[in-house]
Design a protein around this ligand. Structure first.
Ligand SMILES: *[C@@H]1O[C@H](CO)[C@@H](O)[C@H](O)[C@H]1NC(C)=O
Ligand SMILES: *[C@@H]1O[C@H](CO)[C@@H](O)[C@H](O)[C@H]1NC(C)=O
Ligand SMILES: *[C@@H]1O[C@H](CO)[C@@H](O)[C@H](O)[C@H]1NC(C)=O
Ligand SMILES: *[C@@H]1O[C@H](CO)[C@@H](O)[C@H](O)[C@H]1NC(C)=O
Ligand SMILES: *[C@@H]1O[C@H](CO)[C@@H](O)[C@H](O)[C@H]1NC(C)=O
Length: 370
């Protein structure tokens, strides 16, 4: 009996106890630093305690952990990934910070960039909603909730409340500074769904709520010559190219301007399917991060899928449940061209978030090197 089983049994004992004591005092996995996957729970074993929200990984990295899936990145993970650098070709993965313009969510203000002139030199000042362009969603961004109600929120490991975030001079717990200070690098893997669709002469519309399934993603891997069972390793950054950027940049300026204002379904975009199959597929790969070129990784609008029988988005389970950040609106165009040329879909990557104490999200300053 491994110690995970012990915890699971302990959890079962508490199932009927009411009121449920503070859950974090009940269950967390003992993490062995020299063997971090000892006692690693399967997707079906999540959550570790029945009082935790849908498929949460609370306690998996310890009860007060603030790094979540970034814990998959070890010194050895980064060291092993150096063999991905074979040609010295570096690719910026960030859109221009002012793009998309106007922002896809019209409640978000566009970038403000001001030049501040002085006699003989100048500075500039930027005011940025970190959710408008290429972005790394931090663990303060998106909690579990019912109907987006603030009364039912639950952040990763239950460490903070909305009031903690809003309080002046309040805590910085789960802030983006953790991801900035961690040091994020390793092996990235590209799955080019859009190219696979093109190869079949299949048409698709990135501005429609089409969902990409795990069956699709396995087929993309096979199309790229990868073995779906083994192409990913613990600590990898998995990026999916959906064709959003390609379709967006091809729009005429007026069509870009009206895209966020589409009648009725102004937030429909293709993306990953929110389902147990998708979550199990990702959980088993032990990824540090997921990313894509579309607005939300998953399809929009959020919350149409069912996870463990409950209407949930991937955002809730990733960010609130697993402590897994999502990198959105990546610019994968040049990287994808090079990967297809070389028939190689893994690369070294680095991400350096802004070191903003208590921040919610950040431009990732993401780079790939082949
Ligand atoms: C941690 O893992 C190492 C390597 O597998 C093992 O030698 C050691 O006994 C483990 N420590 C504990 C406390 O289980
Ligand atoms: C990396 O190595 C340093 C120095 O030995 C150590 O302090 C740190 O815990 C290691 N980090 C990880 C994530 O393995
Ligand atoms: C809130 O969510 C519950 C459960 O999904 C649903 O039954 C209810 O209609 C929702 N209420 C509102 C106001 O959307
Ligand atoms: C896709 O269309 C091109 C051009 O019409 C054709 O040559 C090719 O055979 C088609 N591929 C498939 C898989 O249907
Ligand atoms: C948009 O999606 C719907 C189903 O969700 C489909 O019926 C329709 O054909 C799609 N439109 C385009 C242009 O792909």
């Amino acid at each position: 009996m491994n110690s995970f089983t012990v915890f699971a049994l302990a959890a079962a004992v508490f199932t009927d106890a009411r009121p449920v004591p503070h859950p974090l005092t009940l269950v967390s996995r003992a993490v062995n630093d020299s063997n971090i996957y000892a006692n690693w729970p399967t997707y079906d074993q999540l959550p570790l305690h029945p009082s935790f929200p849908t498929k949460a990984a609370w306690g998996v990295w310890g009860e007060s952990d603030e790094l979540g899936s970034l814990n998959h990145i070890r010194n050895a993970t980064i060291l092993a990934a150096k063999s991905e650098i074979q040609l010295g070709r570096a690719f910026n993965l960030n859109l221009e910070l002012s793009m998309p313009d106007p922002p896809i969510n019209t409640n978000r203000r566009p970038l403000i960039h001001a030049i501040q002139p002085f006699a003989g030199y100048q500075d500039d000042v930027i005011t940025l909603n970190t959710q408008i362009s290429t972005q790394f969603d931090g663990l303060r961004h998106f909690p579990y909730s019912t109907n987006l109600s603030q009364d039912t929120y639950q952040f990763y490991n239950d460490l903070i409340t909305f009031d903690d975030i809003m309080a002046p001079g309040g805590s910085s717990t789960l802030g983006i500074q953790n991801a900035a200070q961690k040091g994020i690098a390793g092996r990235g893997i590209l799955l080019d769904w859009a190219r696979w669709m093109d190869s079949k002469n299949a048409t698709f519309d990135a501005f429609n709520a089409t969902t990409i399934s795990t069956v699709d993603l396995d087929a993309v891997a096979t199309f790229q010559g990868l073995d779906p069972a083994t192409f990913a390793s613990p600590g990898d950054f998995l990026v999916v190219r959906t064709g959003f950027t390609q379709q967006y940049v091809a729009l005429a300026p007026h069509d870009q301007a009206i895209l966020p204002y589409r009648e009725g379904n102004d937030a429909q975009f293709l993306g990953m399917e929110a389902s147990d199959e998708m979550l199990r597929w990702l959980w088993d790969k032990k990824l540090a991060l997921v990313g894509s070129d579309n607005p939300a990784f998953e399809s929009l609008p959020l919350g149409l899928g069912f996870i463990d029988g409950v209407q949930r988005s991937l955002h809730q389970v990733f960010i609130g449940g697993w402590g897994q950040s999502i990198v959105e609106f990546l610019n994968l165009e040049n990287l994808a061209v090079a990967c297809h040329e070389l028939k190689r879909y893994s690369f070294f990557f680095t991400i350096q978030n802004l070191n903003v104490v208590g921040g919610i999200a950040s431009p990732p300053n993401a780079m790939a090197i082949l």
